[in-house]
Design a protein around this ligand. Structure first.
Ligand SMILES: [Zn+2]
Length: 298
């Protein structure tokens, strides 16, 4: 490369076309989507540019990047600041300010759980949980473009909402030996009350990155990469009919709902993880509210 460059007349570079090649490349940064905590911004601009994001006081700083089509999905955290400034690293493009609507999430205590389902306690359970963890990390490290990274999301099962995204749950239970146990977690999915055996379908197109009948916490699970960093996770399934590498369109079957893994009854837990495509550090990824995605225009 350097040899080639040395051999080419420097003037050739000077006379190469400079500036925008297309209207898109000249474009401004424009954002739509769901500007609410745990929502998703959908921004478009020039392709492959980095965008620094931070609250006006500089907190919550991170950097994202547009894809080859000039689009980027930007997940919003559950405790996101009330405003964000999006500053393209390309100086010719104006920063964009986005006001972020607040959400109100409640706090619940859930009693009567079987402690053996709350935490992995026995060696066999710990080994199962550790094995599941590795599978999940591997899946989340895999990125696919998906069939168009569609914006139109539909519900993955026909059933009423039984628990929304967002509330904190404190589980208190008693184990077989009579001792109490507890654990606290935020509900990072959207639960639909459906009987075991209900058909689960893809809420949007994507590439399956994990299909496993028996993850420790999740039970039967499917991870579906919609592209743009977005992954749907379906848990507690009684039957998994897809495997890693399968490409599905919106509405195509993934398997059947169930009561497997850490559950309190048959239901579908649908979670959506936003992953920062501009980062190799998966620790900065987080779950967003699937119900908000249903409000996006397709
Ligand atoms: Zn759930």
């Amino acid at each position: 490369m350097f040899v080639l460059r040395d051999l080419v007349l420097p003037a050739l570079f000077v006379f190469l076309p400079v500036g925008p090649a297309t209207a898109d490349e000249a474009g401004e940064l424009a954002c739509g989507g769901i500007a609410k905590q745990s929502g998703l911004l959908v921004c478009t601009g020039p392709s492959d540019i980095k965008i620094d994001i931070a609250a006006p006081d500089g907190s919550a700083a991170r950097t994202v990047a547009t894809d080859a089509d000039g689009r980027v999905f930007i997940g919003l955290m559950q405790d996101e600041a009330s405003a964000l400034i999006l500053t393209p690293q390309q100086e010719s493009i104006e920063p964009v300010k986005v006001d972020v609507a607040a959400r109100e999430d409640d706090y619940r205590v859930i009693r009567g759980l079987d402690c053996d389902k709350v935490d992995a306690r026995t060696d066999a359970q710990k080994a199962h949980a550790a094995d599941s963890w590795v599978k999940k990390q591997d899946a989340f490290a895999s990125f696919n473009d998906g069939p168009g990274a569609t914006l139109g999301f539909i519900k993955p099962a026909a059933g009423p909402t039984s628990s929304p995204f967002g509330p904190t749950r404190k589980y208190i239970g008693v184990g077989a030996d009579g001792t109490e146990c507890e654990s606290t977690s935020v509900h990072r999915g959207y639960d639909m009350a459906v009987p075991t055996g209900t058909l689960i379908t893809a809420p949007a197109g994507g590439t399956v990155i994990l299909g496993d009948p028996d993850l420790y916490y999740e039970g039967g699970a499917v991870f579906l990469d919609h592209g743009g960093g977005l992954v749907s996770v379906f848990m507690h399934m009684s039957r998994v009919d897809v495997e890693a590498g399968d490409v599905v369109e919106t509405g195509e079957p993934l398997g059947l709902s169930g009561n497997t893994g850490r559950t309190t009854g048959p239901h579908l837990h649908w979670a959506v993880k936003w992953r920062n495509t501009a980062s190799d550090d998966r620790g900065g990824d987080f779950y967003i509210d699937p119900a908000l995605l249903l409000e996006l225009d397709g």
